[in-house]
Design a protein around this ligand. Structure first.
Ligand code: UDP
Ligand code: MG
Length: 325
């Protein structure tokens, strides 16, 4: 079999009843086209028979590959492992519980071919619970839009199509798969958002509860810090340190006056010392962040090099989000 040009990556955690249907649906969606594709099912340490079902299907389908985790690591690591193993130039990610519909893939590929780097699905008619899902997600999408400046309507939709060269370099952790389009905004990546179908879960149960809200908020804080502080941590922290340092200077002047007037300097010298320590502590935090940033694998300027388009022909830094509604 020649090298596939498209890789469909699906994380699976206890999805034994959905896998066979999903596998058929992917073939039904992609077989009519002449795309050479592969399917990567990533088993995220399932405790049911997901692995056995996948192995049975793989025995008669050379297009299917199974990546297996020894234990449950979570949806983002599973997605990252699939992307890492994918050989296609274009990668599709989607959920394995039949909530996303593979029949949307050809339409998303056509959109990508219009010249985009990422096509993001928007579950405009989402079939999930209102209170525990739709409302928190609506608030999260608004917040993510505000923080990143990228007004994507549905960051949480797993059905996305990417150019592989972008994804292979992408740092992934926690629930970060939600922020990929927003993170890439700094590189001038062209993102399109298209309406996709969404179905209610037929089998098994959702792996998430309301606790996800907290995790997403913490990740959002990290993203905000990365986007605003990361490129020059020391200068950002130095500005922050200037406030306590100015206060300590003012206290220092008070001490001089008090000494000249023969007054007690216990309070002012304690305050001066506290502000001075706070200032120095903040500056050392800046040095620490600078070191971590220099040694870490997340670099704002590297993100800017992620797209082939950026390498060949730098686009404007504004991210264009387009939707087909
Ligand atoms: N998933 C996973 N590891 C996990 C949790 C979920 O691989 O620890 C997979 C799950 O099997 C499904 C997808 O991620 O294919 C989305 O999970 P789920 O349907 O539970 O999320 P929801 O649709 O409720 O947001
Ligand atoms: Mg689901």
């Amino acid at each position: 079999m020649s090298k596939p040009t498209l890789s469909v990556v699906v994380p699976l955690y206890n999805e034994e009843e959905s896998v066979t249907h999903l596998h058929s649906a992917i073939h039904e969606a992609l077989d009519p086209s002449d795309i050479n594709y592969e399917i990567l099912f990533v088993d995220d340490g399932s405790k049911d028979s997901t692995v056995e079902v996948c192995k049975n299907i793989a025995a008669s389908d050379p297009r299917l590959r199974l990546v297996q985790f020894r234990r449950n690591y979570g949806q983002t690591p599973a997605m990252a492992a699939g992307i890492d193993n994918a050989v296609g130039e274009v990668i599709v990610t989607m959920d394995g519980d039949l909530q996303n519909d593979p029949s949307d893939i050809p339409m998303m590929l056509a959109k990508l071919n219009e010249g985009y780097d990422i096509v993001v699905g928007w579950r405009h008619n989402r079939q999930d619970k209102l209170i525990t899902r739709k409302i928190p997600s609506m608030i999260a999408n608004r917040l993510i839009g505000k923080v990143t400046g990228v007004p994507i309507k549905d960051n949480g939709c797993s059905l996305k199509v990417y150019r592989a060269e972008i994804m292979k370099e992408m740092p992934f952790y926690n629930e970060m798969h939600r922020f990929i389009p927003a993170l890439l905004s700094v590189s001038g990546t062209r993102v399109a958002e298209v309406k996709v179908k969404h179905h209610a879960r037929q089998f098994g149960e959702s792996k998430y509860g309301l606790s996800r809200v907290g995790k997403v908020l913490l990740d959002l804080l990290t993203i905000k810090t990365i986007l605003s502080v990361a490129s020059h941590p020391i200068s950002w922290f130095s500005k922050l340190a200037s406030v306590p340092l100015i206060f300590s200077l003012i206290c220092g002047m008070c001490i001089t006056n008090q000494i000249l007037d023969g007054e007690n300097i216990v309070v002012s010298s304690t305050l001066a010392l506290i502000f001075l320590s706070l200032g120095l502590f903040t500056i050392s935090l800046g040095f620490l962040c600078e070191l971590i940033y220099q040694k870490g694998n997340l670099k704002i300027d590297q993100l800017a090099l992620l797209t082939a388009r950026t390498k060949l022909d730098p686009p404007s830094t504004d991210l264009k989000v387009q939707s087909n509604n």
